[in-house]
Design a protein around this ligand. Sequence first.
Ligand code: PMP
Length: 287
Amino acid sequence: MGLKIYINGQIVPQEEAKISVFDHGLLYGDGVFEGIRAYNGKIFTLDEHLDRIYDSATAISLKIPITKAEMADAIKQTMKANNLTDSYIRLVVTRGVGKLGLDPNKCATPQIIIIADTIELYSKALYERGLDIVTVTTIRNHFSALDPKIKSLNYLNNILAKIESIQAGAGEALMLNKDGYVAECAGDNIFVFKNNVLLTPPTSAGILVGITRNVVMKLAAEMGLQVKEELMTRYDLYIADECFLTGTAAEIIPVVKIDGRTIGTGKPGKMTLDLLKRYRDLTRNGG
Ligand code: PMP
């Protein structure tokens, strides 16, 4: 049976959930989106995701025509219509139908789409074995061109990186910024653990400010770990004791190999697994 999709205030069968070929979201990638998870019927860090999509919209001069409270309600209704308690929710706001040509002012109304589905980004085996990642030649967008803080429908920068990692037979693509510092992966943030300090690139490295990243930094601080946002080069990753990626869909996934170098013992690290356990406990049981 197909899914029920929310589209502009209505919940309809997926076959009926359609947008125009003149929607600038399709024509130019002009729009914003979010990926949100619900566990046991509860939407995890909903306010943070709503804040981020409304901020992304503001940054591209897109006024979302409903309030955050109405959006939250629409998400809940969509989950209910699909009988989902554990769900991956895709929230999309496009510029809407317009004329050919870039001018967003020629678009009538933003389109709001909510898909409540499920997702398995990485297999269970990969969480046990750990991921092999590679540095790709595609650099992360420079913030003066398209700030990675904006979660926009323009994901080609990440897709080009992903294509490179797939061609290399790796599980994720490590992206550097234009200065050669580690930014993030194509669809996840990156952390390393070295000499009992948890390190992750600062937002100024040009990254999406991941919501999972923020939760993990908080969890680590609660565990008494020292957490630092620091510029890193590939060297810092190669010599790490542990490495992992974070994202709403991935949660926390261990990395055991980077550019052919074995990280730490070559097995998912102790601290990584401890953080993953705490993250799962927080999301599934409220901590
Ligand atoms: N970086 C990028 C480029 C992403 O697309 C994502 C989300 N998939 C993340 C990081 C992780 O962000 P979050 O923890 O908010 O899902």
